[in-house]
Design a protein around this ligand. Structure first.
Ligand code: MN
Ligand code: MN
Length: 483
């Protein structure tokens, strides 16, 4: 097509023409122009987002495992007057409760002023993140050092976890029945741990392997100590030296490690990324980047109309199994308990409930544009992502929210001026993934995924937009408050 040459007088005449052509009018009516980055993000909103992400960064540093996130969540809830709940207890509108489920998932709820049969406003996010767990017999020594055997947790690219500073977090039950929480590598005075890699000079064979096999699972052995115990009569002096240090610090023995939950996570702290300070890098944005704003929106609610319920779920990264995963029955047990106490029909309660499953989506990365479909991907700085369906290979394993429910959410966000975008996880058949959405909607509850677009998802250090975090908070707040 040739370029049309417009004379200055023609251009001036065009600008003064007030009437649009039929085609222009129709285009305005029919087209949906996807929102651009920063669109509608006023200076006021951007400033608020910057302030919002200061405590978010602290939360990230304090909560690197689901157990730590639960403790931080309880602090947030208690600061807003929430108290522990006991099944069967009396409740009234305005009451605020939480349930700490085995220290690994947190359920927070506020009783609304309207009938429970009008439904509960649910928001769900997970607080476990991909990491490297210790095996049950982890400690061994080899050639002048002590190492820990591991079994990775969730979907990691194993080669990303070598040669970075690592911390050890977890819970150990001692033989006397007491338990102790462990955290080494987060305090600036602490040592950190490390997984070695072969030097490039000798990595010729390794570099010919496909990336996914360059570092194999059984080689993710963590270097934790490299001095012998000072006793010439002792056997396995390097292992002994490590266990002696651990015993001195925590009073635990090798026997106690057999039952422990110990995880290796990146020792890096959350930092602003870029001179403009619009992005945050951190370990475990997936899914604390949704969990934090969601929990805040719930605990800040005072005398809501709807009953509000928010959950920090565990085990999402490995399939939501177990009593603390979203396939566990505690959420529906609680709803049944409340229905019973308040004289509501539990089937009506569930049928009229609505849920935001808050989890991350993959942000379009121009370096890897071949794995995305640009018209349907989510982008950094374009607001909260509404993900109608997840899944893989022909939408396998997806909740796929209804037109009516997604339409309701889009209309709500438009009305409230929340910047939102749609998002599909990569191009068709590039891979895929799932969330907790399907485990909630299975209880006859309308559910849709919303959340934040993440760059380098599941890497030891992930990146998100501060503005998207804040728009996610505004999204959940609008959802909770909509009557
Ligand atoms: Mn997630
Ligand atoms: Mn994930």
């Amino acid at each position: 097509m040739e370029e049309k040459i417009v004379s200055p007088t023609e251009a001036a005449a065009d600008e003064t023409a007030s009437e649009k052509s039929r085609g222009q009018e129709l285009k305005d009516l029919l087209f949906y122009e996807q929102k651009d980055a920063f669109e509608g993000l006023t200076k006021e909103i951007r400033d608020a987002a910057q302030a919002f992400c200061v405590p978010y960064a602290k939360f990230l540093d304090a909560a690197k495992t689901e157990r730590e996130a639960v403790l931080e969540g309880i602090k947030m809830a208690e600061a807003h007057g929430f108290v522990p709940y006991t099944f069967g207890q009396k409740v009234k509108p305005g009451d605020k409760f939480y349930i700490n489920n085995r220290g690994k998932s947190l359920h927070v709820f506020v009783i609304g002023s309207e009938s429970l049969e009008n439904g509960i406003r649910i928001s769900a996010a997970h607080v476990d993140s991909p990491r490297i767990d210790l095996k049950q017999h982890p400690v061994y020594e080899d050639t002048g050092a002590c190492y820990l055997k591991t079994h990775y947790y969730g979907g990691i690219k194993k080669w990303q976890w070598v040669t970075i500073p690592l911390a050890l977090h977890g819970t150990v039950c001692r033989a006397d029945g007491t338990t102790v929480d462990i955290c080494i590598g987060e305090d600036d005075c602490d040592p950190v741990f490390y997984i070695t890699d072969i030097l490039p000079h000798l990595g010729r064979e390794q570099s010919t392997r496909p990336l996914g096999t360059a570092i194999d699972g059984e080689s993710l052995n963590v270097l934790v100590s490299a001095s012998p115990f000072d006793d010439e009569h002792a056997d396995q002096k390097y292992k002994l030296s490590f266990l002696a240090a651990l015993y001195e610090r925590y009073g635990i023995t090798e026997r106690d490690l057999m039952s422990a939950e110990l995880s290796i996570v990146p020792a890096m702290k959350a930092r602003d990324i870029g001179l403009d300070r619009s992005l945050i890098g951190a370990y475990g944005h997936d899914d604390r980047v949704c969990a934090y704003p969601m929990m805040l929106a719930a605990v800040e609610a005072e005398n809501p109309v709807h009953t509000l319920y928010a959950i920090f779920a565990d085990k999402e990264e490995t399939g939501s199994d177990g009593p603390t995963g979203m396939q566990g029955s505690l959420m529906t047990d609680l709803f049944a308990d409340l229905a019973n106490t308040l004289g509501a029909n539990i089937h009506k309660v569930r049928a009229n409930s609505k849920c935001l499953s808050a989890d991350v989506n993959a942000a379009f990365d121009p370096k890897f544009s071949g794995q995305f479909e640009s018209r349907n991907s989510s982008y950094v700085h374009r607001g909260v992502v509404v993900t109608k369906y997840t899944g893989s290979g022909g939408k396998g394993g997806t909740n796929d929210a209804s037109a009516e429910y997604v339409g309701y959410i889009h209309n709500l966000l438009t009305r409230e001026g929340v910047l939102f975008q749609t998002g599909e996880l990569g191009k068709v058949d590039a891979g895929g993934g799932g969330t907790v959405a399907k485990y909630i909607s299975a209880h006859n509850i309308d559910t849709v995924d919303i959340g934040v677009a993440v760059l380098s998802m599941h890497a030891p250090y992930e990146v998100v937009s501060k503005y998207d975090v804040y728009e996610t908070y505004r999204c959940v707040k609008a959802f909770n408050e909509d009557v």
